[in-house]
Design a protein around this ligand. Structure first.
Ligand code: NCD
Length: 306
C-alpha cells in the first residue's frame, strides 16, 4: 500500500483495505496528539480555503503543528490574488513552491481534482462544493470505530440535507465498503444524490424515507446534518425544508441506550442544546478525532510513516 505523495480527492479513490489502514495509523498516532512529535519537522502545509471553515482548516493546521511541521495559507480568498482574477491553476502552481502539501476547499465541484492535475505536490480535498469531503468521512469512520468497536453490522442513519451535504456523500461511499445498513432520511427535495445512491445500492442495503421516527429504534449511529442554506438557488425552497428535523430529549426516548449521535458541525437548530449533556452526543468527540485522522493522513502522505 502506498500513500506517500498521494492526493486525497475522493473517498472513492480508496478501497476498504486502504481505509482500514488509515484508521489503524490514526490509532497509533493518537498519543502524539497529546505529546507532540517532530515527525514532520521541516514540512509545510498550505491551506487554501475559498469557502468558510472553522474545524477543517484549524484541525489541518493543528495536526501539522503537532507533528512538528508548519502551516501557511488563507481562509478568505478576498485577501489573496484570486481577488485580482488569478485562476486556480496559477494559484496552485505558485503555492506549491512554498509547501509540501496543499489542503484545498473550494465552492466548485471538481476543483480539487483540477488542482491535482496542475500540482506536483499532493492535494487534499478539504471540501469541493456539494460534492465530497473525504477527510471528514475518514474522521467519521474513525469516530464510529472508536465508539462501536466495529463498523460492520451497524444500522446507520444519515439525516438532513443529503442532496447538498458533501460530508454525507463521502461518508455514504465509505460506508458502502462495510457491511452496514444505511437509513437515508431527508425531505423529498433533499434526497441523496442520484449518483451516490446508485453506487451504494449495489453494495449495501439502503432504506430511504422522509420521516425519522419509524427508523429510530433500530439505529446505532445517527449522523445529523445541517440544511446547506448557501447551496440553494431559491430561498423559497430553503424555507420549506429549513427546520425539517430536530433531535431533542423527547426524540431520544425511543432510541437504543447506546445509540451515538454524530454531526460534522456546524449545527443550526437540528440538535437541541439539551442533547449535548446526554450520553448519546459524540459531535465534539468527532472534532478531536478530526485532528488525529488528519495527523495520520499528513504523516502518510508526506512519507513520515508507512
Ligand atoms: C461541513 C462542510 O464544510 O461540509 N463542515 C465540516 O467540514 N465539518 C459541514 C457543513 O458545513 O454543514
Amino acid at each position: 500500500m502506498k500513500f506517500k505523495g498521494r492526493d486525497i480527492i475522493s473517498i472513492k479513490d480508496f478501497n476498504r483495505k486502504e481505509i482500514d489502514y488509515i484508521l489503524k495509523t490514526a490509532e497509533t498516532i493518537e498519543p502524539l496528539a497529546k505529546s507532540g512529535s517532530d515527525m514532520l519537522h521541516g514540512k509545510m502545509l498550505a491551506t487554501l480555503f475559498f469557502e468558510p471553515s472553522t474545524r477543517t482548516r484549524l484541525s489541518f493546521e493543528a495536526a501539522m503543528h503537532k507533528l512538528g511541521g508548519s502551516a501557511i495559507g488563507f481562509a478568505k480568498p478576498e485577501i489573496a490574488s484570486v481577488k485580482k482574477g488569478e485562476n486556480l491553476a496559477d494559484t496552485i502552481r505558485v503555492v506549491e513552491n512554498y509547501a509540501d502539501v496543499i489542503a484545498l476547499r473550494h465552492p466548485l465541484e471538481g476543483a480539487a481534482r483540477l488542482a491535482a492535475e496542475f500540482a506536483q505536490i499532493p492535494i487534499i480535498n478539504a471540501g469541493s462544493g456539494a460534492e465530497e469531503h473525504p477527510t471528514q468521512a475518514l474522521l467519521d469512520l474513525y469516530t464510529i470505530l472508536k465508539e462501536k468497536n466495529q463498523i460492520d453490522r451497524l444500522n446507520i442513519a444519515l439525516i438532513g440535507d443529503l442532496r447538498y451535504g458533501r460530508t454525507v456523500h463521502s461518508l455514504a461511499y465509505a460506508l458502502s465498503l462495510y457491511d452496514v445498513k444505511l437509513h437515508l432520511i431527508s425531505p423529498e427535495l433533499l434526497r441523496m444524490r442520484r449518483e451516490v445512491l446508485d453506487a451504494i445500492k449495489k453494495k449495501i442495503e439502503v432504506a430511504e424515507r422522509t420521516g425519522m421516527e419509524e427508523a429510530l429504534p433500530e439505529i446505532d449511529v445517527l449522523y445529523m446534518t445541517r440544511i446547506q442554506k448557501e447551496r440553494f438557488a431559491d430561498m423559497a425552497e430553503y424555507a420549506k425544508v429549513k427546520s425539517a428535523y430536530k433531535i431533542d430529549c423527547d426524540v431520544l426516548e425511543n432510541v437504543k441506550k447506546d445509540m451515538v449521535i454524530m454531526h460534522p458541525l456546524p449545527r443550526i437548530d437540528e440538535i437541541a442544546d439539551e442533547v449535548d449533556a446526554t450520553p448519546h452526543a459524540r459531535y465534539f468527540q468527532q472534532v478531536w478525532n478530526g485532528i488525529i485522522v488528519r495527523m495520520a493522513l499528513l504523516a502518510l502522505i508526506l512519507g513520515a510513516t508507512e
